[in-house]
Ligand binder design. Structure first.
Ligand code: GLC
Length: 748
């Protein structure tokens, strides 16, 4: 059933793409015709008009507020206007009433869907399904471009290893390889494989290292070495550039003392110089102006100069370029040729998107595209694949014909706004299908709803209403977590336990002796160790979006078998942060030493394991990266490499037999990890190098082969050169980052 639905969905989307969307005059990548057109426009521009293109303004209110600036060509892009009628009017003024008729780039944060909201990006990463993620980004582009939005500030590529950071919700988690695959998928989905009027320019952000904010506190400083940047944080951006990303956004943070918006090394030397990026670089919201707060510039004129000289093309909401560049040119502080280069990058995006030929949208046709059935189906499938089964004592899957009275409770059971997650600006809660609504529709007359808590932070001493209802029920489905506002930008947390009295609610339910299934909806991995004993099963859904309800109902009742895997390590306690799988070995690796409860009285100072761990919580997580259960069981056998020794240009073929030994059809994410045992610098204990979703029927087994190019083992070593260093390696094939046995091989 699922396989058929997938094929049908893909066909529908392909049809949507092919019918009638006018092609622009260039595919992604350099084009002489595009360059000719860019030069022709640039040659006609005054200095003031050039600077106007470098100015991005957050719109809102009446278009008439901007008419004068638009006519003078003082605005190159607007963000935060999504009314297609107003967007058409903005474009009309630019195209028909300004001297050169240059259309606007209309931008919006379309982060995980436009009107049809998909799971938050951390949830999309949990699918380990780049094809599905590309499909979802394509849906977002079809809906957004139909209403005039042609530029999204997505995908966010910030690798994050500290769940205290609220924006961990917006990225793909802790791993460079997974982040890279998701980045490529979203760029291709937003822009399309061929540029046309349904193409929405992707914006890879936040360049760079923003997710390493010290203490997980948003906007805080980062201290990443160049080697760490090159080996961990830059590769996803480079892959996204190679996938054709048309724009990039600089980040708020200062790294090693230099704010990204003025960081010549990463923007000009690496992005432009090494990678040949010919797209548009935009600042983050007033990140140019914030360089004054950083103490990196004395005033707006100073930071405008530094941003331009670092390689920034467009200023989001500082007005630094508009206010000071003309004077800076006249005084010789900046060269007009730098401004010309910035304007070329901006015009190139506008030409490639076809904005000069197609600046307007058909308002009526655009409305018809929103929430199309195949869009909702794609969102539901993404929600189904993104959910992670963390625990199951056998209570799941529920048997639909065996339940007469289902108690639904918890603050996230019917939270249509919060289920959408952070950065869902254009999601409409009226379209959200919550778990409660989905279960009531599926089991009319069999669902009792007693919220227990109105919201996650509510405190209660007792739950007599919920307990009484539970005693009458066959099964209790409790939906917990955090509201959207508790994750995302500027929403870091120092305590990751379930807020309010949620854990107490769960304990009260457990005490009834009824089967209790907990579903957690959150924007991050919360610390749920204390809650696990109080439920027979726990399903973890990173804010699942518009169709989260039907998706969760299908998962709970076994129509869909969970296949999600953790894209981020789940901590036992927040005090372990940061803790992630691809850490270095250290000189004293932890191997399960004595914990605090086993320490005797008057213990001698050296009586404990002198290794890298916490006396009270050890150094192992609650759930490792890549972890997720299924209703069935998978076994790995016959793992072998095609050779024991390889050259730098070879490809490693790892073969294995995967068997579904349980009684349910299911999908396993087969993961391949590699460790470089000795290097010119210390290397991680293991790194993900390949993964593949494999669907097997109950009882089916299949011989698989996965390829890992030896070149993918290259890293920037002590000499700063990226290469594969000969020596001994180990390889694992498993269903998560903590399982499996190493298979040795060497690189000559
Ligand atoms: C915000 C975010 C950035 C977003 C931009 C425009 O502050 O940092 O990710 O795209 O402003 O909304």
């Amino acid at each position: 059933m699922k396989q058929t639905r997938t094929l049908c969905l893909a066909a529908c989307l392909a049809l949507a793409l092919s019918c009638g969307a006018p092609k622009t005059d260039s595919t992604i990548g350099a084009s002489p015709e595009v360059e000719r057109r860019v030069e022709k426009i640039l040659a006609q521009m005054t200095l003031s008009e050039k600077i106007g293109q470098m100015n991005q303004v957050s719109a809102g209110g009446d278009v008439s507020n901007y008419t004068d600036a638009l006519r003078k060509g003082q605005i190159g892009s607007i963000l935060n206007e999504v009314d297609p009628v107003k967007i058409n009017e903005y474009q009309r003024i630019c195209v028909e009433e300004s001297r050169l008729g240059i259309p606007l780039l209309v931008a919006r944060d379309v982060i995980h869907g436009y009107h049809t909201v998909f799971p938050i990006p951390l949830g999309l990463a949990a699918t380990f399904d780049p094809d599905l993620v590309e499909q979802g980004a394509r849906v977002a582009a079809l809906e957004a471009t139909a209403q005039g939005v042609r530029w999204t500030f997505s995908p966010m590529l910030d690798i994050a290893r500290d769940p205290r950071w609220g924006r961990i919700a917006e990225g793909s988690g802790e791993d460079t390889y997974l982040d890279t695959r998701m980045a490529e998928a979203m760029v291709r989905g937003y822009q399309g494989r061929q540029l046309d009027t349904t193409s929405m320019a992707a914006c890879i952000k936040h360049f760079v290292g923003y997710g390493a904010a010290e203490g997980g506190r948003d906007y805080n400083s980062t201290y990443l070495t160049e080697r760490q940047l090159r080996n961990v944080y830059l590769p996803p951006f480079q892959a996204a550039v190679e996938a054709g990303a048309m724009t990039l956004m600089t980040s708020f943070n200062d790294n090693d003392g230099v704010p990204s918006t003025g960081n010549t090394f990463v923007v000009k030397d690496v992005l432009r110089g090494e990678w040949g990026f010919d797209g548009l670089v935009v600042t983050d919201w007033n990140s140019m102006g914030e360089m004054i707060n950083h103490g990196f510039g004395v005033d707006r004129k100073d930071v405008a100069r530094k941003a331009l000289q670092a390689g920034v093309d467009m200023d989001m909401m500082t007005y630094g370029f508009l206010s000071h560049l003309e004077e800076l040119v006249k005084t010789g502080a900046v060269k007009e040729s730098d401004i010309d280069n910035a304007v070329r990058n901006i015009l190139r995006v506008k030409v490639r998107l076809g904005l000069f030929e197609h600046p307007y949208v058909d308002v009526e046709a655009g409305a018809a595209v929103q929430y199309a059935p195949d869009h909702l189906a794609s969102a539901q499938r993404s929600a189904e694949e993104s959910a992670i089964l963390l625990k199951n004592d056998g209570v799941l899957p529920l048997k639909a014909d065996a339940v007469r009275n289902i108690l639904v409770t918890g603050p996230m059971a019917d939270a249509p706004h919060d289920q959408l997650g952070t950065w869902a600006f254009d999601g409409e809660k009226s379209h959200t299908v919550t778990p409660l609504k989905a279960l009531e529709a599926r089991f009319p007359g069999k669902v009792t709803y007693v919220p227990g808590l109105r919201y996650s932070r509510e405190k209660r001493d007792a739950f007599p209403d919920v307990v009484a209802a539970a005693r009458r029920a066959d099964v209790v489905l409790v939906f917990l977590g955090e509201e959207a506002i508790l994750s995302g930008e500027a929403h870091s947390l120092a305590d990751l336990n379930l807020k309010g009295s949620q854990s107490e609610l769960l304990a009260a339910l457990k005490a009834t002796g009824k089967p209790v299934v907990a579903t957690v909806m959150a924007g991050r991995p919360l610390t749920v160790e204390r809650d696990l004993p109080n439920c027979g099963a726990m399903l973890y859904a990173f804010h699942p979006g518009t169709m989260g309800g039907p998706a969760l109902a299908n998962l709970l009742f076994g129509d869909v078998n969970p296949s999600g895997k953790t894209p981020i390590t789940f901590l036992r306690t927040v005090g372990q942060a940061p803790l992630y799988y691809c850490h270095n070995m250290t000189g004293r690796p932890y191997n399960g030493e004595t914990l605090i409860d086993d320490i005797g009285m008057e213990a001698g100072q050296t009586s404990l394991g002198n290794t890298s761990y916490y006396l009270d919580y050890g150094a192992y997580p609650l759930f490792p990266f890549g972890y997720g259960l299924s209703y069935t069981q998978f076994t790995y056998s016959d793992i072998a490499l095609d050779r024991t020794s390889y050259g730098a240009d070879d490809c490693i073929t790892v073969s294995l037999t995967l068997a579904n030994t349980g009684e349910y059809d299911g999908t396993e994410v087969v993961q391949v990890y590699v460790r470089d045992l000795v290097g010119s610098i210390t290397r991680p204990v293991k790194e993900l190098k390949a993964f593949e979703r494999v669907s097997l029927k109950a009882g089916e087994s299949r011989k698989l082969e996965l390829q890992i190019p030896v070149s993918s083992l290259a890293f920037y070593g002590l000499d700063g050169v990226k290469k594969v260093e000969p020596g001994d390696f180990q390889l694992w094939v498993a269903g998560d980052s903590a399982s499996g046995e190493p298979v040795p091989f060497t690189v000559k």
